[in-house]
Write a protein that binds this ligand. Sequence first.
Ligand code: GDP
Length: 213
Amino acid sequence: MPRDPGEDPEALEAGRLLFAAECRFFHGAQRLDQLPPIAGPEVAFAGRSNVGKSSLLNALTGRNHLARVSSEPGRTRQLNFFDLGGRLTLVDMPGYGYARASKDIKADWQGMMFDYLRGRPTLRRVVLLLDSRIEVKQADRDVMDLLDRAAVTFRIVLTKSDSTTPPALARKVQEVEALVRTHPAAFPGVLVTSSETGAGIPALRSELTALAM
Ligand code: GDP
């Protein structure tokens, strides 16, 4: 049986190397007709606003301000494309549903975001972030349903694992693992990370590197 990439030294090293490569913003798209041409494999990052997506992207790429690009005025509501070493495209999706009713997810995500998810042949995976400390919200469930419908494999990653207790984290992992089993498009299991301590970051790098050119 193949080893878990998070435990395989060669896969970890491959991940370290790829994510040490240059990572540069190359495109922003607010509408479908603005998407960059289909090229190599893409991995998109999604989550509620404030889930820790910018921090995770910075931790993955070892940069302090990579994701700042995505928070510049005018860029928060668009898909932001980053080229990583010419081998993998990272796509920062707009945060959804912060402190608002789930109907917003529909307005924000059912149009352009759903069309992107469903229609992008090079999109290999969505990394869907959930905050370790916060209950899974309706907006998160809506996005998981949408990913099922778009038939895009998604990987659940828990963020901010440093800011909860080990027993609470264990309960959270169990709860989310059970949820994941109900979603046909979900990659099995849950990856626990902290951008603060770096926990889980090498494992996520190596997992994503397996999707690169
Ligand atoms: P985004 O809106 O999803 O891009 O979230 P940010 O990356 O801007 O983070 C939102 C807040 O969570 C900020 O106050 C971060 O400092 C905090 N945060 C992000 N990642 C972590 C983490 O791993 N641990 C802790 N304790 N806080 C974090």
